[in-house]
Design a protein. Structure first.
Length: 378
């Protein structure tokens, strides 16, 4: 029996949970020719939501849709490589005429494409070393998108990475191209809120006020548990309502983690057994044991102040007033200034995330499994 709790790949429609309001809003926003900034905590489901939006009938049949995750990139050279590779991979199935139009537009890389000896189709074998003038190739990419035979939507995930590039003024360069485009809309997505908010909400930044903003929060408990119960029942399996509620509450509805626990429970608990709360607890412990070595390696890369600050926040789960005397004293930390410095570094490393609640930042460990592992280990 197919596991209905997908944790990788594109989630088919019957197994996609809710996000009706967000999907409708994004489709309407794109229909109104506006760019979108989509932020969420890590693994809340923003990538799957983008893929889901791309599958909507009004989008799928009318646009070329592209998605690339630029988290691994550190330079404009790599960004150009990622963008061009994604465009190529999407256009290849569309036929020779379509792909040839793209290749004709990318003059600066023309000599870097090979050809399959059997099909005669061009092959994408561009390497970083083939990109000699990234600014020119970037301009060619945007010119292609502007002249494509169908309107385009390009989703760039972990968009905050461009703020860390070695080249200067990448934000300004991108914005100067994008603001002149009529044939391509952009979805800027990311999980590093403090950088993205600065990029799009600061009047001194090139992308200021250039996109409609959507923050992706957890799915309502009653909606998610009803969905999960339906998935188990559809597979001929039984689960108690208490077990589903526990899985949801342990992670406060954080989609990936609840899905991961239910995925493993479905996979490893005997099919004839009704899954109960004890099974959920055992499944979580097994996951933490499996991931423990990786988490220990991450902790070993932190200095003492960073590590003790991360442990303190993990213990509190939701930490407020982190630079207050009370917080520092309660967790035997060095000083408010050392905590602030550690938090800045942990945010940059995306080990922490935060939410603004009543004008106060509430910090938590970005990876909920890591948060549990830290609390259990320290």
């Amino acid at each position: 029996m197919e596991n209905p709790f997908y944790i990788t790949g594109i989630i088919p429609e019957p197994y996609f949970c809710d996000r009706v309001r967000e999907t409708t809003w994004m489709v309407q926003t794109l229909a109104n020719k506006a760019h979108i900034l989509l932020t969420s905590p890590r693994r809340m489901g923003k990538t799957q939501l983008i893929r889901h939006v791309f599958e909507q009938p009004s989008i799928k049949g009318s646009y070329y849709t592209f998605y690339t995750d630029i988290y691994p990139t550190t330079s404009l050279y790599e960004l150009v490589l990622f963008l061009s590779k994604e465009i190529y991979s999407v256009l290849v199935p569309k036929g020779t005429a379509v792909i040839n139009k793209f290749l004709a537009a990318i003059h600066s890389l023309a000599g870097s494409f090979g050809y399959d000896p059997v099909t005669g189709m061009p092959t994408f074998n561009v390497k970083l070393g083939d990109i000699h003038t990234p600014e020119l190739t970037l301009e060619e990419i945007f010119n292609y998108l502007e002249q494509a035979d169908k309107p385009c939507i390009f989703a760039i995930d972990e968009f905050q990475q461009i703020a860390e590039y070695q080249e200067k003024k990448v934000e300004a360069t991108l914005r100067s191209h994008i603001q002149k485009m009529n044939n391509c809309l952009f979805i800027y997505a990311g999980s590093n809120r403090h950088i993205l908010e600065n990029m799009f909400n600061s009047s001194a930044k090139p992308f200021y006020n250039s996109a409609e903003q959507l923050y992706l929060d957890s799915i309502a408990k009653e909606v998610y548990t009803a969905f999960a119960e339906k998935q188990f029942a559809g597979a001929g399996r039984k689960v108690t309502q208490e077990a589903l509620t526990l899985a949801y509450d342990l992670f406060e509805g954080h989609t990936y983690y609840v899905h991961n626990v239910l995925h493993n429970a479905f996979a490893y608990i005997a099919a004839e057994k009704t899954i109960d709360e004890a099974d959920i607890h055992k499944t979580v412990v097994d996951i933490l044991d499996e991931k423990g070595h990786t988490f220990a390696s991450v902790m070993n890369q932190l200095n003492y102040q960073q590590k003790e600050t991360l442990i303190a926040i993990a213990k509190d789960r939701k930490a407020r007033g982190v630079t207050s005397v009370a917080f520092v004293k309660n967790h035997s930390l060095k000083s408010p200034s050392s905590v602030q410095h550690a938090i800045n570094t942990l945010l940059e490393k995306q080990l922490l995330t935060y939410q603004n609640e009543n004008r106060t930042k509430t910090y938590s460990v970005a990876d909920r499994f890591m948060e549990m592992w830290i609390s259990r280990t320290y």
